[in-house]
Design a protein around this ligand. Structure first.
Ligand code: SAM
Length: 215
């Protein structure tokens, strides 16, 4: 496929998989149409880069379905001034979307090889506002806290307390919570020392590991 074909596939992805399912934030749709997802998938999967599902990225991990990336980003309510933490860098695609929406993104990946590959891809694309860290994101990243938004791209057995602690006033945490096979997407928002929480649709993510994840 050439660049024109990828651009056409991206436009269709936004119309048919994202907007058609009710994710309509104009700034986000522009970003989803501009980030070259095909640069984040393994070469063998290029023909499926814009298909409606997750894809393997090695190390038993996946790049999430485009609709889920868009939905989680919309639920985060990212502003141009926001500082965001992502847990589970994987390929770096979700971070790339966040990097075009927000002022600053910190993203943590537990598998060093994936962190290194994502860092390289993001650098080649010219991102200067995304910082990839290798480590256990279930504990958050205190060095740059607090965050206006925290997005967890792996399934947690329960909400890790350090992530709630690292939210700024009014900040939002979007996280899949539940069993290993299926989870609910939850949104937590901070009001002083209290947290509101809402449940959204059922999802299936790979497990969150680490101190506050699955053992
Ligand atoms: N956001 C990614 C993307 O756009 O490609 C997809 C993330 S993939 C579904 C989940 C990732 O979370 C995996 O790469 C996995 O290694 C990572 N992960 C799992 N537990 C983690 C932890 N405690 N800290 C950091 N990363 C973790």
């Amino acid at each position: 496929m050439n660049e024109d074909e990828f651009r056409t596939a991206r436009k269709r992805m936004v119309e048919e998989q994202i907007a058609a399912r009710g994710v309509l934030e104009p700034r986000l749709l522009v970003v989803m149409e501009s980030v070259p997802r095909h640069l984040f998938v393994p070469a063998d999967d290029l023909p499926w880069a814009y298909s409606d599902g997750p894809l393997p990225i090695g190390h038993s991990q996946t790049i999430s379905q485009p609709f889920i990336v868009a939905l989680m980003t919309e639920l985060l309510q990212v502003k141009a001034t926001s500082r965001i933490l992502e847990v589970g860098t994987g390929s770096g695609y979700q971070a790339a979307v966040l990097g075009r929406m927000a002022a600053e993104v910190h993203t943590l990946e537990m598998i060093p090889e994936l962190a290194a590959q994502a860092s390289k891809t993001l650098a080649e694309l010219g991102y200067k506002n995304i910082h990839v860290h290798s480590g256990d994101g279930s504990q958050g990243w205190r060095e740059a806290a607090p965050y206006d938004g925290i997005l967890v791209a792996a399934a947690a057995p329960s909400v890790p307390k350090p992530l709630l602690d690292q939210l700024a006033e009014g900040g939002r945490l979007v996280i899949p919570v539940g069993g290993r096979g299926s989870q609910r997407l939850e949104v937590w928002s901070r009001k002083g020392d209290d947290f509101d929480h809402q449940e959204h649709l059922a999802v299936t993510f790979v497990p969150l590991r680490g101190e506050y994840g699955w053992k």
